[in-house]
Design a protein around this ligand. Structure first.
Ligand SMILES: [Zn+2]
Length: 205
């Protein structure tokens, strides 16, 4: 979130991926046991009912740190989307397919983040801007980010994001912030209610 976009780094993720694999395996087991994940719309409600701790598992699920270059613009990446919550993932795939039908390719420059990943982005911003107060103008804390909740995607390049802004609402995807033309959030209700008015920014700055 925010205009601060950390440069993707290809630091060693081997051990981390092994840990993520184990985490995914255990979560997938839980999903299989539940059977109805996402059937009622918001995945967080299902987790809430079963675990008794709202968002606990979803929020701790890390997303990819980076991905292959976006074929349209190598300044961006196209992350694999597969650690999004299932309903968001299905909605993302519908959006991407619809865009493709119009000859538009969407690159997922950033999607799911864990609380820990969001906290690291915030710490990086503190380093870059020199204080937590300044950093908080550009990057959200883990408790605030819809990337941690798992319903947010950052779409690049901006021409592709523009297609989503014009066409995404019917599939539940809306731009939310005036200062982030790349940032979209999924809520099935948007398909009937339309998109809410844009807010100036995610951080209120
Ligand atoms: Zn975003």
């Amino acid at each position: 979130m925010g205009r601060f976009e950390p440069v993707p780094t290809a630091h060693a993720t081997r051990t981390r991926d092994a840990v993520i694999g184990m985490l995914m395996a255990s979560v997938c087991g839980a999903v299989a046991a539940l059977g109805v994940l996402g059937a009622t719309g918001r995945v967080v409600l299902v987790w809430d009912r079963v675990v008794g701790r709202p968002l606990a598992i979803v929020e701790e699920m890390p997303g990819p740190e980076t991905g292959p270059d976006c074929p349209l613009d190598a300044r961006y990446v196209d992350e694999p989307p597969d650690r999004m919550p299932p309903d968001t993932l299905a909605a993302w795939q519908r959006l991407r397919t619809a865009a493709g039908g119009d000859g538009v390719q969407l690159c997922l420059n950033d999607g799911k983040r864990s609380r820990e990943q969001q906290a690291r982005q915030f710490a990086d911003a503190v380093q870059q801007f020199g204080s937590a107060e300044l950093a908080s103008k550009y990057v959200l804390q883990p408790d605030e980010s819809m990337h941690v909740v798992g319903i947010a995607v950052d779409i690049q390049p901006l021409a592709s994001a523009g297609w989503v802004e014009r066409n995404g609402a019917a599939l539940g995807w809306c731009r939310r912030y005036e200062n982030e033309p790349w940032h979209f959030e999924y809520d099935l209700a948007y398909a009937t209610s339309g998109c809410p008015a844009l807010l100036p920014s995610a951080t209120g700055s």
